[in-house]
Design a protein around this ligand. Structure first.
Ligand code: PGA
Length: 235
């Protein structure tokens, strides 16, 4: 069987995660990713240095520097050892031009990107999913070092997950759309995020061509997250 490089990334959101990171440290012989709140990034980069665990930030400014109180730039992330950043997550409300600027900054700083796209419930119910996705994907100027995470907003934290057929059709559409737009960019990696847990992950893994999962709530329980990782990496 051809081995499949499947990545499971935890999005720890705005939770106090010192003790959670320590639990993950005991599992760092596995390969996975963690998107960590800003104050813990330096600590996490130190803790997981030399392991296969990739530490990322959950948000970033679209500016290089300047009078932007409370913001964090890509260069600052690189300074503390971060190699990846999440852009466009539904909870950050970054859209359009803002995401385009964040992508440009990440590229200049050499950060790899997980770009979240996904329709809201109303667009989904009105059958405008692909129209929304097309607009969200249009901000990408350069696909190098960009992984797409399809996260329908109506599935984040709700326990409602699209069917495997639906997920697969969106994943294929995203790949075809981007590959036809960008020419010979190679295979576009696409993750899925939204209410993934230890009970639904294997079916979705098995019946789709996904390259990974972005996991929110469940990532706060490292032992459950490990069940997800194991189910998706041992086949
Ligand atoms: P969830 O979150 O797994 O809790 O639905 C996913 C995400 O926000 O990335």
């Amino acid at each position: 069987m051809i081995s499949r490089k499947f990545e499971v990334i935890g999005n720890l959101k705005m939770h106090a995660v010192s003790s959670i990171l320590k639990q993950y440290q005991t599992m760092s012989d596995r390969s996975f990713g963690l998107m960590v709140p800003y104050p813990y990034l330096y600590q996490a980069c130190e803790m997981f240095s030399g392991t296969q665990v990739v530490i990322g930030a959950q948000h970033v400014s679209g500016y290089a520097s300047g009078a932007y109180t409370g913001r964090v730039s890509c260069e600052m992330l690189v300074d503390v050892g971060v190699s990846r950043v999440l852009i466009g997550h539904g909870e950050t409300k970054s859209l359009g031009e803002v995401c385009a600027k964040q992508l440009e900054q990440a590229k200049q700083a050499g950060l790899s990107v997980v770009l979240c796209v996904g329709e809201d419930l109303m667009s989904y119910q009105q059958g405008r999913r692909f129209e929304v996705l097309r607009a969200q994907l249009s901000v990408i100027a350069d696909l190098a070092s960009v992984v797409i995470a399809y996260e329908p907003l109506w599935s984040i934290g709700t326990g409602v997950v699209p069917s495997v057929e639906e997920i697969e059709s969106v994943v294929c559409w995203i790949r075809e759309h981007l590959e036809s737009r960008a020419g010979n960019c190679g295979k576009v990696r696409v993750l899925y995020g939204g209410s993934i847990n230890q009970n639904n992950c294997f079916e979705i893994y098995q019946h789709t061509s996904l390259d990974g999962f972005l996991v929110g709530g469940v990532s706060l329980k490292p032992e459950v997250m490990m069940e997800v990782i194991e189910q998706c990496q041992s086949y």
